[in-house]
Design a protein around this ligand. Structure first.
Ligand SMILES: Nc1ncnc2c1ncn2[C@@H]1O[C@H](COP(=O)(O)OP(=O)(O)O)[C@@H](O)[C@H]1O
Ligand SMILES: N[C@@H](CC(=O)OP(=O)(O)O)C(=O)O
Length: 832
C-alpha cells in the first residue's frame, strides 16, 4: 500500500462553492483516501476569485469600504460553508476565516491609500481565495474522519515573476514535490490550486482557471498516474453546455486533442495543463462531483479509435481583433515577425494570428484586458512606419470570440473547412478572421461577440448532432396550422431518431398575437397559449421576430394562413436567409411581375420557397409538373378538379344531399377555405389553375381566367359566413335539378379547370374554370369524397395522360404536405 502511486484530485470552485457540493467532495475524498494515497488540489470557493478582483478594483479606486464589503461577502461564503459542514466548530472556523483574511484587509487598505495595485499585489490579493478554501477543506476533512493537512503550494511550485500568468520552473518544482511527497502518505495533502511563488517567496498566480495546471504539475512531480478534475458537468462536452443545450460529454480524447482544446480556450482546461500530463504520460479524467458514478471524460495518450466520434467546438470570449496592414509591399518589412515579437515582449497572449499570403497584413486576436498594452506595444514597434504612413492605422474590432473546431481525425474528413464556414454562412454569421493549423487538428475563426451563441450552436449541430435542427416559425393557427402542430408533435421523435431531423417550433403567430422562443416552444397546449396572449390593437409586424429566427439553425417561415399581403413578410424572410413553406396561394396569384420578383428574391438569397400544397393539397402536382417541364416534355393540356371541397360537394349532391347541407359539412370537415365563398365562387380554383399555368411559364393573371362560379355570386358579399350559408337553402332545389339532369344524361357534375397552352395568342382563354358534366369512365368522373385529380396530357404522355389523384383537401392532408415541404428543405441542406 505504501508504495502504491498517488492519485491527484482537483476540485474546482464549483465543487466547493456550496455546502451541498462541499459535503459531496468530503465524502468522495474520504472514499478515495481509503483506496490509496491521494493528493488534493482545490480552487477558491464559487466566484471568490472574481470577487477578489472586484475588491482589488475598488481599492484601486480608493473605495476601501466597498473593497472590504466584498471581503465580507467572501468571508460569509466561507463561514457559511464551513458552519454547514461542521456546525459544532462553526465559531472556531469563522475565527479561522477571519484570521486568514486579516492580511487581505490590510493589503487592500494599502492599495486604497496608494490607489495603485501592482501586479505582485494583485496576485497576493487573488491568492486568498485558494488559501481559505484549502485551509478549510483540510480542517473539514479531518473533522469528518479523513486525516488531511493543508500544504502551501507556494512552497512547492516555483515560478518566474510574470505575475498574473507566471511560468513554472519545472525542474525546481519537481525537485521540491519529490522531497515533499514522502510526508504525504499519512495525511491527505490539500494544496491550494492556482497559486505559486517566485524563488524568493513572492506569491504568483498561474492564470485564470490555473488550479488544474497545479494538479497536473503536482501529479508529474509526485509520479501519479492519473489526475481527476472534479467539476459541475459530466465531463468535457462537445461545446460549452451553457451555450449549447444539445452538447454532450465526450467519453475519450487524446492528449493531443486535450492540448488543442485547452490552447483554443475551453474554459475548464488551463492552456498549459496538458503539457506536464503529456510529458509524464498521465491520464486526465474530468468528472462531476454530483454524479460520482458517471465515468466523465478520459483524456490520455490513446484517445478514442472511433472514427465517428464527436468533434468539439471551443469558444474563447472577451477578445479583441487587431489588424495591421502595410500600404506598400516591401520584402524587408517582416511585418508578422515584428508584430508577434512586440506582443510577446509585452507579455500579451496571442490567441490567433493570421497573415495574408504575401505577408502584407496580419490579424491578431488578444484578450480584451490586454488591449491597451497590445496597442501600445504595436504602436511603438511600428512608430516610424506609422509616422511615414507606410502602415495603415491599426484596425480594431471588439468584443470578438474565437471559435474553434477540434478533432483528432479532422484531416481525414472531407471538406471540414467548407462545412464549418458553410454552416456559419448559412445563418449569416460573418467570419472576421480564420486559421487552420498545420496539424489539421483544429480550425479556428473569429466572430463578433454578438454572434457567439448562434455560431457555436450552428457549427456544433453541423458536426456533432446525429440530427439536424430545423427552426419553424408558424403563421396561422387555423385548421392547417393546428394539424401541422399536431403532426410535428406526433412525428418529432421518429423524425429525430430515424431521419436525424429535430423539428423545433420556435414561433407561432396569428394576425395579432405572437409567441416566440429561440429554444423552442413546448407544443403541448401551444395554440391555447397563443389564444391567451393579449392581442395588439393593430396587426403586429413580425419582422423583428424574423431577425431572431434568422439566427437559428435552418430557419423556416411556415405560412398556413390565407392572408393577403403576406408576400411583404416573405420578402423580408428571404432577405434574412429564411426559407418559406407556404400553403397560402395568394402570394402566387399576385400580378405576374410581383410573383416573379418574389421568386427572384428567394433565388437571390439562395433560400427555398416551397408551395406544393397550394394546388390540390398534399398531392404532388407542382413537383410533377416541374419535373415534366425540367425534363423537356411539352404540356399540351391540363384538366383538373382542383377543389377538394367543391369535389366533395359535387359528390354529396350526386348522392342526393341538398347544397346547403353539403357546403356546411364540407366546411365542418375543414375542406373549404374559412370563407366557403372563396371555393364556391371558383376564385380558389382559378388561383390554383393560375399557379399551375404559371409553372408552365405562362405570364397570365387572374383576370385572364375565364371563370364560371360553382354557385352564383353572393348578392350580399359583405354578409357573414353564417348568413351566407343560411342563404344557400334558396339554391337547394335548382342544384338538385341540375344534378338530376346530369344523371339522366349519364354524366356526373364536376367543377373543372382546363389549361390549354395552345390557346396562347389566339384570343381564347388559356385557363377556363367552371362546372362541367363529366362522362362516366373519364378521369375525374369517379372521384370519391374530397378527391382531386390533375391530368397532364403532354408530348410524352399523349395517349394516356399522366394523372395525379387523391385526397386534395382537408387540414390533415394539407398539413402533411406542408410538413413534407419542410422536410424537403432539411434534406436538401443535409445533402449539400
Ligand atoms: N466544452 C466544455 N465542456 C464542459 N464544460 C464547459 C465547456 N466549455 C465551457 N464549459 C464550462 O466550464 C464549466 C466548468 O469549468 P470551471 O468554471 O472552471 O469549473 P470549476 O469551477 O469546477 O473549475 C462548466 O460548468 C461549463 O459551464
Ligand atoms: N480560482 C481560480 C483558479 C481556478 O482554477 O478556478 P476554477 O477551478 O474554479 O476554474 C480562478 O477562478 O481562475
Amino acid at each position: 500500500m505504501s508504495s502504491a502511486p498517488f492519485q491527484v484530485m482537483k476540485f474546482g470552485g464549483s465543487s466547493v462553492g456550496s455546502p451541498r457540493r462541499l459535503r459531496q467532495v468530503i465524502e468522495l475524498i474520504g472514499t478515495h483516501a481509503k483506496q490509496g494515497p491521494l493528493a488534493v488540489v482545490v480552487s477558491a470557493m464559487g466566484d471568490t476569485t472574481d470577487w477578489l478582483l472586484e475588491a482589488a478594483g475598488l481599492a484601486t479606486q480608493g473605495d476601501l469600504e466597498g473593497a472590504l464589503s466584498v471581503v465580507a461577502r467572501i468571508a460569509h461564503l466561507a463561514k457559511t460553508n464551513a458552519a454547514a459542514l461542521d456546525p459544532a466548530r462553526a465559531t472556531a472556523l469563522a475565527a479561522r476565516v477571519d484570521s486568514l483574511l486579516a492580511p487581505l484587509r490590510q493589503l487592500l487598505q494599502g492599495i486604497s491609500l496608494t490607489r495603485e495595485c501592482s501586479a505582485p499585489s494583485r496576485d497576493r490579493v487573488l491568492s486568498f481565495g485558494e488559501l481559505v478554501s484549502a485551509t478549510l477543506l483540510a480542517e473539514l476533512l479531518t473533522a469528518s474522519g479523513t486525516e488531511a493537512t493543508f500544504r502551501d503550494a507556494r512552497q512547492l511550485l516555483v515560478t518566474d515573476d510574470r505575475f498574473g500568468a507566471a511560468r513554472v520552473d519545472g525542474a525546481l518544482t519537481r525537485e521540491r514535490l519529490q522531497a515533499a511527497v514522502a510526508g504525504w502518505r499519512a495525511s491527505v495533502p490539500v494544496l491550494p490550486g492556482f497559486i505559486a511563488a517566485t524563488p524568493d517567496g513572492r506569491t504568483t498566480t498561474l492564470g485564470r482557471n490555473g488550479s488544474d495546471y497545479t494538479a497536473a504539475l503536482v501529479a508529474q512531480g509526485i509520479g501519479a498516474t492519473e489526475v481527476t478534475v472534479w467539476t459541475d458537468v459530466l465531463g468535457l462536452h462537445t461545446a460549452d453546455p451553457d451555450l449549447v443545450s444539445d452538447a454532450y460529454p465526450v467519453a475519450h480524447l487524446t492528449h493531443g486533442e486535450g492540448l488543442e482544446l485547452a490552447a483554443v480556450g475551453v474554459r475548464m482546461l488551463h492552456p498549459r495543463t496538458m503539457i506536464p500530463l503529456i510529458e509524464a504520460g498521465i491520464s486526465l479524467r474530468i468528472r462531476n462531483t454530483m454524479h460520482p458514478d458517471h465515468p466523465g471524460t478520459l483524456i490520455d495518450a490513446i484517445g478514442s479509435r472511433d472514427g465517428q466520434r464527436p468533434t468539439c467546438i471551443a469558444t474563447r470570449e472577451e477578445l479583441a481583433l487587431l489588424g495591421i496592414e502595410v500600404r506598400k509591399l516591401s520584402d524587408q518589412f517582416q511585418l508578422g515577425e515584428r508584430v508577434l515579437a512586440a506582443l510577446r515582449e509585452a507579455s500579451v497572449t496571442v490567441w490567433l494570428s493570421t497573415q495574408s499570403a504575401n505577408g502584407q497584413s496580419i490579424a491578431v486576436v488578444v484578450p480584451r484586458p490586454d488591449l491597451l498594452r497590445a496597442r501600445g506595444a504595436l504602436e511603438s514597434e511600428l512608430a516610424q512606419e506609422l509616422a511615414r504612413h507606410e502602415v495603415e492605422p491599426l484596425a480594431l474590432r471588439e468584443p470578438v470570440t474565437l471559435l474553434t473546431l477540434v478533432a483528432e481525425a479532422m484531416g481525414q474528413g472531407a471538406n471540414v473547412a467548407g462545412r464549418f464556414f458553410g454552416a456559419l454562412g448559412a445563418v449569416g454569421v460573418n467570419v472576421r478572421a480564420s486559421a487552420q493549423g498545420a496539424s489539421s487538428r483544429s480550425i479556428s475563426c473569429v466572430v463578433d461577440a454578438a454572434d457567439t451563441a448562434i455560431a457555436v450552436r450552428t457549427t456544433h449541430a453541423a458536426f456533432n448532432l446525429a440530427h439536424q435542427q430545423v427552426s419553424l416559425f408558424l403563421l396561422g393557427r387555423g385548421t392547417v396550422g393546428g394539424q401541422l402542430l399536431a403532426q410535428v408533435r406526433a412525428q418529432q421523435a421518429l423524425l429525430q431518431d430515424k431521419h436525424g431531423i429535430a423539428l423545433r417550433v420556435v414561433g407561432l403567430a396569428d394576425s395579432r398575437r405572437a409567441l416566440f422562443d429561440a429554444a423552442g416552444l413546448p407544443l403541448e397546449g401551444l395554440e391555447e397559449r397563443l389564444a391567451r396572449v393579449e392581442p395588439g390593437p393593430e396587426p403586429r409586424t413580425l419582422v423583428p421576430l424574423l431577425d431572431e429566427l434568422r439566427r437559428l439553425p435552418v430557419p423556416i417561415l411556415v405560412d398556413c394562413t390565407a392572408a393577403s399581403g403576406i408576400e411583404a413578410l416573405y420578402t423580408e424572410a428571404f432577405r434574412r436567409g429564411i426559407h418559406v413553406v407556404g400553403a397560402n396561394k395568394k402570394p402566387l396569384a399576385l400580378p405576374w411581375d410581383d410573383r416573379e420578383a418574389l421568386l427572384a428574391e428567394a433565388r437571390r438569397h439562395h433560400v427555398a420557397y416551397h408551395y406544393e400544397t397550394t394546388v390540390a393539397s398534399s398531392l404532388p402536382v407542382i413537383d410533377t409538373l416541374a419535373n415534366l417541364v425540367r425534363t423537356g416534355d411539352t404540356v399540351r393540356l391540363i384538366t383538373a378538379s382542383l377543389s377538394g371541397s367543391v369535389g366533395f360537394i359535387c359528390n354529396e349532391l350526386t348522392a342526393g344531399v341538398p347544397l346547403s347541407v353539403a357546403v356546411r359539412t364540407a366546411r365542418e370537415r375543414g375542406f373549404t377555405e374559412p370563407d366557403p365563398r372563396e371555393d364556391l365562387s371558383g376564385t380558389d380554383v382559378a388561383r390554383k389553375a393560375l399557379i399551375l399555368a404559371r409553372e408552365l411559364g405562362l405570364p397570365l393573371s387572374l383576370s385572364d381566367v375565364a371563370l364560371e362560379p360553382f354557385v352564383p355570386e353572393d348578392p350580399r358579399p359583405g354578409a357573414s359566413v353564417d348568413t351566407f350559408l343560411h342563404g344557400l337553402k334558396a339554391l337547394d332545389a335548382a342544384f338538385a335539378d341540375r344534378v338530376a339532369r346530369c344523371r339522366s344524361a349519364g354524366t356526373v357534375l364536376r367543377y373543372l379547370a382546363r389549361i390549354d397552352p395552345s390557346k396562347v395568342g389566339t384570343g381564347s382563354p388559356v385557363i377556363r374554370v367552371g362546372p362541367a358534366p363529366v362522362e362516366a369512365g373519364q378521369p375525374g368522373a369517379d372521384l370519391r369524397g374530397s378527391e382531386s385529380f390533375v391530368s397532364f396530357t403532354t408530348t410524352r404522355h399523349s395517349d394516356f395522360p399522366l394523372v395525379v389523384r387523391g385526397a386534395g383537401a382537408g387540414g390533415a392532408v394539407t398539413a402533411s404536405g406542408v410538413l413534407a415541404d419542410i422536410l424537403r428543405i432539411s434534406q436538401a441542406l443535409r445533402g449539400r
